[in-house]
Design a binder for this molecule. Structure first.
Ligand code: TXA
Ligand code: MG
Length: 328
């Protein structure tokens, strides 16, 4: 049983963040490894602890639309519409950053996101998480929080506090426990920094849901290769340590012992331990990392995943499974 974080603990966490320390916290998608997004030194520690290349930008978490607006050069109408519909929630909006140059003219001092947060890009990814602990924490800290998923680079994302503990251990100053994450896969990343919206990472909000609000959404792959720092450029991501196969029609490796995550097709080898996955896409996503973590700690030769359908609502799950299986 988990111990939900209580107000005193969140206050303590907020003090740590203001002092430049790292706090892991729950969101509705996955656990985040948070630092004060305005503190370049604290953010540098995130990259060190995660062993993450400095070329991979971090998402900045906010607790209000006003906070988001204060960090960007412009808050376009399309951002307002999307935030109105999906925030708080699993959608990250990539927008043009507020720069110091533009601020010189202004009398009021506004916060500026340091270059290290955005890997020197002129844009910033912003998201308002739909988790009471995350929102209370950001408000208590009084600053936006830079937070990647709270796992080492390329490893599986954590959906429980225990996953964070196993991956990062004492490298994190405090872990707030909010129980298992409800959405279970990362947020959708949508760029609004170009002339049309571009889907950089499928996630908790589906392409269909986005298109109902903003019309057609282009995919990062359709956009000129190399021109965008797309997450798709990191093929091996979200991977268990154990070799992962994508199985069709229940066909499994002939050799060794493994675990089979079944969606619809029963395994061709009856001697293999089988975990039945939820059949609906959202329930499947919520269970996916938990089951992969479980299989990964079972000391088997391989994990095989029964490929779910390719229908639109499965886009994010398909994306994560293909990356988890990549040996690139
Ligand atoms: O659900 C989530 O988004 C979780 C929770 C903790 O909020 N966070 C998360 O962070 O997944 P991370 O660092 O594991 O993934 C951030 C993704 C990366 O793929 C990165 O390339 C993209 O967001 N990203 C962030 N800022 C960007 C920017 N300015 N331009 C393009 N992509 C950006
Ligand atoms: Mg991650």
């Amino acid at each position: 049983m988990f111990q939900p974080a209580h107000p005193g603990e969140i206050e303590h966490a907020a003090r740590l963040l203001r002092a430049g320390r790292l706090v892991a916290f729950p969101t509705e998608t996955v656990y985040g490894l948070g630092a004060n997004a305005l503190d370049a030194e604290a953010v540098a520690r995130i990259y060190t602890v995660k062993r993450r290349p400095a070329t991979s930008p971090l998402i900045v978490h906010v607790a209000s639309i006003e906070m988001a607006e204060s960090l960007v050069a412009r808050w376009p109408e399309i951002a307002a519409r999307l935030a109105q519909k999906f925030w708080p929630g699993p959608l990250t909006l990539v927008l043009e950053k507020q720069l110091e140059k533009q601020l010189e003219k202004q009398l009021e001092k506004q916060p500026v996101i340091p270059a290290i947060v955005t890997a020197n890009l002129p844009t910033v990814g912003l998201r308002m998480p739909a988790h009471p602990i995350a929102l209370t924490l950001i408000r208590a800290a009084g600053v936006p929080l830079a937070a990647p998923s709270a796992n080492r680079f390329t490893e599986l994302s954590p959906t429980t506090a225990e996953h964070v503990r196993r991956s990062l251990g004492s490298d994190v100053d405090l872990i707030l426990d909010g129980g298992p994450c409800q959405v279970g896969i990362e947020s959708t990343v949508l760029s609004l920094a170009e002339s049309k919206p571009i889907l950089l990472r499928p996630g908790g909000i589906s392409r269909t849901e986005l298109e109902a609000i903003v019309g057609p959404v282009a995919s990062a792959q359709e956009v000129q290769a190399g021109a965008h720092p797309s997450p798709g450029l990191h093929p091996r991501h979200y991977s268990p340590r154990t070799t992962l196969y994508l199985a069709k029609n229940g066909k499994l490796p002939d050799q060794g012992q493994g675990i089979y995550l079944q969606h619809a097709s029963p395994p061709k080898r009856p001697d293999i331990k089988t975990i039945q996955m939820p059949t609906a896409a959202a329930d499947y996503a919520a269970a996916l990392y938990e089951k992969l973590h479980e299989a990964d700690t079972a000391n088997v030769d391989w994990i095989a995943v029964d490929l779910p359908p390719t229908a639109p609502e499965w886009e994010a799950v398909q994306d994560r499974l293909r990356r988890a299986a990549s040996n690139g």
